[in-house]
Design a protein around this ligand. Sequence first.
Ligand code: SF4
Length: 124
Amino acid sequence: MIMNDLLRKAMEFEFLSAEEGIFLFENTPLAELMYVADELRKKQVPHNKVTWQIDRNVNTTNVCIANCKFCNFYRIPGHTEAYITDIETYKKKIEETIKYGGDQLLLQGGHHPELGLAFLCKFI
Ligand code: SF4
């Protein structure tokens, strides 16, 4: 594959195959990828207006039974470092998020075998 041909395809909004995307990821200098990404942004977002959103990820629990091989976050049920985030902690983290201009909260957590939908709905 020729890198410049793939970058040109991307610049023209042509579909890249997974293999082509992986090739670019593995072979293209970061500065070139950044340049192409910026050029595409300019084409897609008129008026050269760049925005962002400040948000925060809050973990509901680190207890999980999914056992994903890559994960260094989870603890098995009963582990001494296992936790379930309580409402006071949520309030503190929400207040901190708002203080720093955040306006979105993302709740993520492990697959705790004893926490069902009813538990999570308590926070709504
Ligand atoms: S916390 Fe998420 S990534 Fe980690 S083992 Fe559980 S499901 Fe997998």
